[in-house]
Design a protein around this ligand. Structure first.
Ligand code: OSB
Ligand code: MG
Length: 385
């Protein structure tokens, strides 16, 4: 595999409904899409970095910079015997920028699948042809509004309903949903770092509400305090932000910081790291599930393929296109039937990207390629603001 050309594009896509979490609100998405070309095949990938540094330190703008200046030069025109070799090459003396690295690394997995004529899920070692679907609900204006939103989600067939919480919108909200929707409703909560160990009282009260898990209650980079909290809770803690590598997953297991991991391939640097975490957790009996970052249909294809691996044993935050967008950028759009999503069996990512639509939505673009290396320092910049 030898990457010849990489095109970065930013598109803007408005969300159907605002998505509020404890660390910020999202009304519309600025999405970084990549087009990769090698040996006569092409693939699209997505960088999941958000607009603001309120999830991790990366943003779409830092990722754009990192890909252009540091990631692309390491992979363009260089031969890799397999996609698994890309991540080590990107990690060597190159700290952080995991979402930027992941976008390119995952694109190379997709290119490899294209080249071999197999599905991305098959290349990754997926064993399922459909995956269970969950929904992540943002913080609502009142407990009653959350109950109605959660009720609708269960009626639509979602297999897991994740409720975003923050101090002031926690116990009362979650208890209302539990009371109204019954003891069997598959509920969990996600705090996105909104609590501290010395103000953990609401979390101890949530412990009585039979949640499947509580996701990332404490600091985004913490493992030690989560271990202390887990000792006080019977509800499993699921880590999201804190798990950035297989080493962090191992530390979580050793310290007892949590009992479940939400794997987002973008957060950990791509598929090689995701598979390493998946395999480590499988060996330890730690369940994992696939998280989401409000991806377009392109990034969703990567999440669905990953979620087809055997130890993804809980429903992922991989809702259908219509949960996010009036119209997605892929066809067919991602859909759900009976709370399940089909893992595409076709070659590559398994969905077609609507190139004309993406062209219309593009607000900036840069094409990088070894063949243009003589001109403009290898960059062909267009509407770069
Ligand atoms: O914490 O899982 C999270 C979205 C943006 C940033 C962080 C998170 C989320 C979600 C959305 O929960 C999941 C989805 O894509 O549907
Ligand atoms: Mg989360």
């Amino acid at each position: 595999m030898r990457l010849e050309c990489l095109t970065l594009r930013e598109i803007h896509l408005p969300l159907k409904e605002p998505f509020r979490i404890s660390s910020g609100i999202q009304r519309s998405r600025r999405i970084l899409l990549l087009q990769l070309e090698a040996d006569g095949v092409a693939a699209w990938s997505e960088c999941v970095a958000p607009e603001e540094p309120n999830y991790c330190s990366e943003t779409i703008d830092t990722a754009w910079h990192a890909i252009v200046h540091w990631v692309a030069p390491r992979v363009l025109d260089r031969s890799f015997a397999s996609a698994a070799e890309v991540f080590p090459a990107l990690q060597h003396n190159f700290r952080g920028h995991l979402m930027a690295k992941a976008a390119v690394e995952m694109g190379i997995w997709a290119l490899t699948a294209e080249q071999r004529g197999v599905s991305l899920a098959c290349l990754l070692g997926g064993t399922r042809n459909e995956v269970e679907v969950g929904i992540s609900l943002g913080i609502q204006v009142s407990p009653g509004a959350l109950v109605e939103r959660a009720r609708r989600a269960l009626e639509e067939g979602y297999r897991k309903v994740k409720l975003k919480i923050e101090p002031g919108a926690d116990v009362e909200y979650v208890r209302a949903v539990r009371t109204e929707l019954g003891p069997r409703a598959p509920l969990m909560a996600d705090a996105n770092n909104a609590y501290s160990l010395d103000a953990a009282e609401p979390l101890l009260r949530l412990d009585e509400l039979d949640l499947i898990m509580i996701e990332q209650p404490l600091a985004w980079d913490d493992l030690r305090q989560h271990a202390e909290l887990q000792r006080r809770l019977r509800t499993p803690i699921c880590l999201d932000e804190s798990i950035t590598s297989v080493e962090r997953a191992r530390e979580m297991a050793e310290l007892g910081s949590g009992r479940v991991i939400n794997i987002k391939p973008g957060r950990v640097g791509g598929f090689a790291a995701s598979i390493a975490i998946h395999d480590f957790c499988a060996a330890q009996g730690i369940p994992v599930w696939c998280g989401g970052m409000l991806e377009s249909g392109v990034g969703r294809a990567y999440n669905v393929a990953l979620a087809s691996l055997p130890n993804f044993t809980k429903p992922g935050d991989i809702s259908p296109s219509s949960r996010y967008w009036e119209r997605d950028v892929v066809s067919p759009e991602w859909s759900m039937h009976d709370g399940m999503m089909t893992v595409p069996a076709g070659r590559g990512i398994g969905v077609e990207v609507d190139q004309e639509r993406i062209e219309q939505l593009t607000v900036r673009r840069v094409r990088l390629g070894s063949r243009e290396a003589g001109r403009q320092g290898g960059k062909d910049v267009d509407r770069h603001d």
